[in-house]
Design a binder for this molecule. Sequence first.
Ligand SMILES: [Ca+2]
Ligand SMILES: [Ca+2]
Length: 240
Amino acid sequence: MDISIKTIVAAMTAAISVSSLAAAGPVFDEPPGGDAGTSQDDAKDVKTENGGTVGMITGSLTGTAGFVGSVYDYQDVYRIYIADPGVFRAETMMLDGEDSLLDPMMFLFNESGFGIIANNNIGNDQPRSKLVNDDGNGNAFFTEAGIYYLAITSAVSEATAMVGNETVPIFEMGLSENQSGIIQPRSSWAQIPWTGWTQPTDYENFGHYEIALHGVVSLPAPGGLALLGLAVIGTRRRRH
Ligand SMILES: [Ca+2]
Ligand SMILES: [Ca+2]
């Protein structure tokens, strides 16, 4: 009897392992201990081993908790490839647990770092964040497939740009009318690359997040870099 229970447990464990491996393709995890960065330069490339669809990004804004010193993680930036702009959507999931990020914001920039769209809250009583490529009247905000930057931040920490010597908030996310809905940059600041972030307004607003994606595939790697990337992933896996 004991043996058969052990066998069943072993079989179940094996099945769970297989299913988590199966999910490893379309899910991109911010590497543990490897922060996703906050700028175009240190954004994390979103790639999968099979080079196909990316259905989700998971990660954490760690704030300052659990670290001694200068760790400051209230924004994560990912470099993504939007293959199908018409269906592009990014939506933070509702998560259980005290360690989840309760009030995220998301931003989408093009490859030049120009602001495209941003969203703080899905609704007045729903602090989750959702980006859709539709202005509500069936018009797309962008139509070109290619490389974009997707940022998730602790609300309200918003993208800034330099205009002369002045730091300006590209999307003006602090305005009361910009707390929900899809927000576009102020028109005069739409052609200026984002270069920074405002300080978060709530330093306790950090935690784990999961972003469901539509229309996104793995970043294409040029030539032999693809093989190199796979080798690096393999090395990391063995170490853990
Ligand atoms: Ca992070
Ligand atoms: Ca929010």
